[in-house]
Design a protein around this ligand. Sequence first.
Ligand SMILES: Nc1nc2c(c(=O)[nH]1)N[C@H]1C(S)=C(S)[C@@H](COP(=O)(O)OP(=O)(O)OC[C@H]3O[C@@H](n4cnc5c(=O)[nH]c(N)nc54)[C@H](O)[C@@H]3O)O[C@H]1N2
Ligand SMILES: Nc1nc2c(c(=O)[nH]1)N[C@H]1C(S)=C(S)[C@@H](COP(=O)(O)OP(=O)(O)OC[C@H]3O[C@@H](n4cnc5c(=O)[nH]c(N)nc54)[C@H](O)[C@@H]3O)O[C@H]1N2
Ligand SMILES: [Mo]
Length: 775
Amino acid sequence: MAKKPPRDDVGDRNLTVRGPKAAAAGLPGVGHGLAAAVNQMGVLRTALTLLKVNQADGFDCPGCAWPDPSPEHHPHASHPEASGPPRSVPAQRSRFEFCENGAKAVAEEATLRRITPDFFAEHSVAELAERSDYWLGQQGRLTTPMVKHPGATHFRPLGWEQAFALAAEHLKAIEPDQALFYTSGRTSNEAAFLYQLFARAYGTNNLPDCSNMCHESSGVALGATIGMGKGSVTLDDIHDAKLIVVVGQNPGTNHPRMLAALERAKQHGSKIISINPLPEAGLMRFKNPQKVGGLVGSGTPLADLHLPVRVGGDLALFQAIGALLVEWGAVDEAFVTAYTSGFEGYATAVRKVDADLVARATGLSTEEIEAAARLFAASEATVVCWAMGLTQGRDAVATIQEVVNVQLLRGMIGKPGAGLCPVRGHSNVQGDRTMGIWHEPPTWLGRLGDRLGLAMPTRRGHDTVEAIRAMRDGHAKVFVAVGGNFAAASPDTDVTEAALRRCTLTAHVSTKLNRSHVVTADSQTVLILPCLGRTERDTQAAGDQFVTVEDSMSNVHASQGRLDPASPLLRSEVAIVCGLARAVLPDSTIPWESYAQDYRAIRALIAQTVPGFDDFEAKVRAKAGFTLPHPPRDSRSFPTPDGRARFTVSPLEVLTVPAGRLLLQTLRSHDQYNTTIYGLDDRYRGVKAGRRVVFVNPDDLAELGIADGSTVDLISEWADGERRAPGFRVIGYPTVRGCAATYFPEANVLVPLDSTAAGSNTPTSKQIIVRLQPV
Ligand SMILES: Nc1nc2c(c(=O)[nH]1)N[C@H]1C(S)=C(S)[C@@H](COP(=O)(O)OP(=O)(O)OC[C@H]3O[C@@H](n4cnc5c(=O)[nH]c(N)nc54)[C@H](O)[C@@H]3O)O[C@H]1N2
Ligand SMILES: Nc1nc2c(c(=O)[nH]1)N[C@H]1C(S)=C(S)[C@@H](COP(=O)(O)OP(=O)(O)OC[C@H]3O[C@@H](n4cnc5c(=O)[nH]c(N)nc54)[C@H](O)[C@@H]3O)O[C@H]1N2
Ligand SMILES: [Mo]
């Protein structure tokens, strides 16, 4: 299998390489963010728009899910453990609560460029299918509902009611379980809640979402051990921690505002450990652009200890750290006795951990591992933060459970300055799950059904990987997406695209044109349903509406855009879901129309249904919003079957890579938001004007006989055969021996559909066995 890159996916001719940067942000960061914004929006709109990002009266940044400091002094979430370090004064929210990459995310949405029906008349579907996501995204905002009919060469405009009727025709012609309803994590709580209600009232739990490819492993691991699939810290815990461990995460690029929290913690004496196969700039040094001193000068050094772990070595590393803590007697026995189960089994297992296996799995020295364990043993308040470097591997669930083991050993849950912190990606991905966007029926689904007098489907639905198989095998016929870019974000691009082409209808609620819209078959109907973005005013019958979102630390707050909509024809996601529901379920007794007219009605239904949302409307209208209950964090109560947090035991199996092969991880450049490509540079890694690059350790290059700067095809090897991504420039880079890195989504063609994490079914986007073939 070989995939030809899109015709404008080159940039390679001008590619330059300078090597990694030692510090993140500062003046260049601000400059790059503003330049991107001004380029898309002009000066005035840039200033007015960016001043509303993450403000109490503004909109939630569509970038990442990192929380905002509270706008006013408010009490800390109650922790049961009163001893712990003294609390610092909570951080105040800055008037400029956005970062370089937030500015780019806003600019991408608030751009003044437009795609009108003329654009689609000019460019055939076949021509658009040859274009890269970068080119498609650069064309601007979608403005008009469009359809591609079977046999047609071009998209044509159509009216909203016609679009809904067409979708209904297809959905009524199949069994409910033959339809798939995908969601990406930008969708508001209100839209997400109605969307899952629509899918379930129609009759299916087929609600795959981007979480399946993202933090699913965290949810599964935490659910099984602490009884809650969400992180247990607040932003103040980060500020007050004495040790912060950042593992498998690149905050300098993907959660830049987190660096300000790390800087603050450092100023209070916190230590930081970075665990990463790459020396990511943001973790080494930080120049806070929100402070005058941070704009110039050399910035704050962040990581006290950097562990260059081999890809997939974290399970072994945390087992080894646990073993040392047990051996040293650095166990919080009071906590372990009062709140946990399974300690004896765990202690027995880690005492047997084989040092040779650990060395092979981690690539780290005994001294490095001991240095990390000493920091854990010395800290009375430790937070462990992680992201895709832990969730997208074969043993992702077990690895996160080893992190939980170490935190339990030290009593680091439900205590100020301590806890487990999976750092979420999309700005409302956590909220969407809370609202029931899940392929399993949520616990409260029965209650919702009773209230509405509906029988809800009980059969488990398809996750993302299962959804691709269902389309591939002809079991699923209709694909509907609220946001996202399924074709480009999913694994095994050729398989996924062929699967999408087998549907009778694909329908996409989107702000921007992307690859998923143009991957079509002749016989297929495709609908593009353009929607309002976060930054835009949402006016309905009852007046201007706001929506709500939940950040990575369970804070729920309002978001309201103020810009004029990109086109008068745009509808809100809520209105589109209600329109679809009315057309597909004409006999439904659910008052779809009133929900679309006034979002208070949706929040009232959420308040009656979803735990933690009582008094939703009043609470969310209070300025800072509110924090959802989290029993382990709030009261050390663990909603597991026996009411205790569980130690778990997992086998240590080293990921073996055949001779001459490398373990490839796919990650984000500094100039992209998932499949949305802002530009072709990766400033912190020193790459300019090109994305088809692969980072390899110079010693591996020497051993493989491949020259730095040469061009290779990447070939992945899997049980069912080989997959090829052609034409990547080799860059000698200080990544760990035996490991390589390249960008998502160009390399998704290499990720075998069946290569997924045990327990979460998340594609192993960070662990692909490849060989480099010189061309
Ligand atoms: N600007 C911007 N912001 C974003 C996004 C974006 O694309 N652009 N995406 C959003 C989304 S949806 C998400 S989920 C997050 C993603 O945020 P991250 O998880 O930070 O994203 P990745 O670029 O995938 O980086 C993964 C990091 O893990 C490291 N890593 C890889 N394999 C391993 C391993 O085996 N062990 C360890 N310890 N480390 C490893 C990589 O070197 C890299 O530093 O960011 C969100 N925010
Ligand atoms: N190889 C590899 N694959 C990966 C990953 C990886 O690290 N490596 N990461 C995975 C992760 S963590 C994630 S989260 C997924 C991301 O998967 P997705 O969430 O499906 O992808 P995005 O690129 O974030 O989606 C971008 C599109 O969303 C639409 N959009 C933007 N804003 C809005 C809005 O407000 N409303 C609506 N309706 N649409 C909007 C635009 O049309 C845009 O083109 O990819 C996964 N895939
Ligand atoms: Mo994500």
